[in-house]
Structures are given as C-alpha cells and as structure tokens.
Design a protein around this ligand. Sequence first.
Ligand SMILES: NC(=O)c1ccc[n+]([C@@H]2O[C@H](COP(=O)([O-])OP(=O)(O)OC[C@H]3O[C@@H](n4cnc5c(N)ncnc54)[C@H](OP(=O)(O)O)[C@@H]3O)[C@@H](O)[C@H]2O)c1
Length: 351
Amino acid sequence: MTQTYRAIVHNEFGAAAVLRETERTLTEPGPGEVRVRVVVSGVNPTDWKSRTGATATSDIPADGAVPNQDGAGVVDAVGPGVTGLAAGDRVWLLLSAYQRPGSGTAQEYTVVPAERAARLPDGVGFEAGACLGVPALTAHRALTVHDGAPRRLAPGALKGLNVLVAGGAGAVGNAAIQLATWAGASVVATVSSPEKAALARAAGAGRVVNYKDADAATQIRDALPGGADVVVEVAAAHNAELDLARLRNGGTIAIYANDSGGGPLILDVRRNMVLNSRWQFILLYTVSPEALADGIAAVNAALADGGLRFGADAGVPLHRFPLSDTAAAHAAVESGAVGKVLIDVSPSAGS
Ligand SMILES: NC(=O)c1ccc[n+]([C@@H]2O[C@H](COP(=O)([O-])OP(=O)(O)OC[C@H]3O[C@@H](n4cnc5c(N)ncnc54)[C@H](OP(=O)(O)O)[C@@H]3O)[C@@H](O)[C@H]2O)c1
C-alpha cells in the first residue's frame, strides 16, 4: 500500500504565503541515501531567502520545493551502500535541501545523502539537533580559517586567542561564542541592545559592547587591548572599519554575511598589507566536504561535552511552531526573531 505523509511545499518563489501543506508519497532512499523521519525542523535566514528565489540553488520541481535545510529525526530506511547509519539511529541534518529542492526538512520524511545526516550524541535532544546545521557549522568554519588554525575545534584549540563576534545574539553569533569559549578563546561580542547583551553573556562572551554606542570603537579597544586574532563577522561592509581598528597583526576577519544594509566592501590595500590581515569569505553550501566533516565532528564533541547548548539560558531563546504554521515560522525568522525558530514536524516520532 502506498504510504503518504504531510509536507510543506511551495510551487513558486515569493512571500511566506506561498507555503502550503500537502501530502506526499513515501519514496525509498537510493544508493548512498538515507530516509529520515523528521521530528524537528530548524529555520534559518537562508530558508526564507531561498523561498523568495533570491538565493535559491535549484529550480522548483513540478511537485514543489520543500523548505528548510536543518532538522533532526530518526533514520527510517537506508539505501544501498550506506555504512555507518542504520534504521533507528537518531540524527541531525545539514544542507538537506541544497541542490535537492524536494529534500527540505519541513516534511515528515526526507531523503538525503547519508553524509548530510550526522549522528546525534546520546542525551542530546531533537530540539538541539535542529539548531545545529547552518549556525554551528558556519561558526565552526569561521573559527578555523585563521593563520595556524586547527582544522577541528576541541578544548584548548583556540587557547590564547581573542575572538570578536559581531552580532553575538544571532544564531551564528551565539554558536561562535559558545564554540570559541569551549575551545579556550577569550570572546568579546557586539550587540545592539541590553537584552541581546544578556544573551551574548549567557552564551559565554566575557565582554559585550553595544555597537550602536557612539564610543563603540573605544569600548572594543578597551575590551581587546592586544587586538582581535579572529573576527566572526555578520555585517562585513558595515563593520569593516570597526574590525580593522581592532585587528591584531596577522588577524583574520571571517565573513559569513553582509547584514545591516549590505553594500560593497571597500578595502584600503596598504592598510591591510601593513596588518597582514586576512579577509576570509565563507558560504557553508560550498565549503569543502573535508571542512564540513571536521565541523560535524567538532560540533558533536562540543555537544557531548556540554559546550554547545540551546535555550534562553544558553543565549538562544527557542520559538516553536507546528508544521501547519511553517509560513508563520518563516515570517518570524524573516522579521528578525531572536534565537532559533523550530518547527515540530512529527513530535510523537521523537518520544
Ligand atoms: N555565509 C554562510 O554560509 C551563512 C551561514 C549562516 C548564516 N548566514 C547569514 O548570516 C546572517 C545571520 O544569520 P543568523 O542565522 O545568525 O541570523 P540572526 O539570528 O537573525 O542573527 C543576525 C544577528 O546579526 C546582528 N547584526 C545585524 N547587523 C549587525 C551589525 N552591523 N553589527 C553587529 N551585529 C549585527 C543582529 O542583531 P541587531 O540587528 O540587533 O544588531 C542579529 O543578532 C544572515 O544574513 C544569514 O543569511 C550566512
């Protein structure tokens, strides 16, 4: 008998209202693929940007595109040739919909290449699993691209380094603070309000500066007397001056977004040469498979160690939506929800 399941799809690019619920037919995983019963789906800015078509990596297939890259659930079936994962394994998902528009996590079952399903450590819930993919792996990459960087973060791997995290209350910013702290770095974060400062502190930032203060540059200078070895940057063009003013000789600015209005990033060549600075751009979708594998391993080690946590007391408030309200979940992220927006896809499957 054909088995059907609930999925959220869109058949055109556009506002959150293009998302609608439908029924799909269960398909078998092909060679190298696993089928996962999704318990929780995580929403990131990339998901609504793809939905609008602005950054979509594929055309919409005839039966619709399913949104959301991140999620967590239980392996339900494995295809030929898959080793290391079996039915019943608890996993977190990464890049589920990248160049696979039917494989997003806003559906009860998804089929993904096995390397996009990572084992969830014992004791770590599906809720945390759905917070990981985009934010934690982007943060891991940003913390491992500097001169002499370890390939894989571990306790002590960033000992002695000063890390400046711009936007410390953001999802990636929070993961960067937690991972850098776990790896032994001293962390200073910037935010735009006292509420966000409290979140950045809860994540582990030793000092927090409101980047909107008139004397923000001075405060950052005071917080980082020796300068920053690594800047994890969410608003490259907007913050370029601030970053360069506090970069240590040989330091790296790891850029993963151009928020705060975007615009071109104009660099003074001589000034950067004198500093031996490194401006490293990051796009998770096109990071090498080796770097992704290192990120997965480090993120799992941090999770198992309690070095990466989720919820308000870790600086990441969680906002839950039922699958039928996926459009509202997308709208929440699009309007700047603070923390992580999660969708309960098949809650009973996770119990
Ligand atoms: N390149 C990649 O692979 C990659 C991966 C993940 C995410 N991203 C992108 O990165 C951005 C952030 O993602 P997210 O999930 O972390 O979003 P988020 O949770 O909404 O966080 C963004 C944070 O940036 C802060 N911010 C904005 N302008 C700032 C500025 N000038 N200085 C300091 N902080 C600033 C925001 O707070 P305030 O506005 O209050 O300051 C907010 O806390 C999005 O554009 C996303 O698409 C890219």
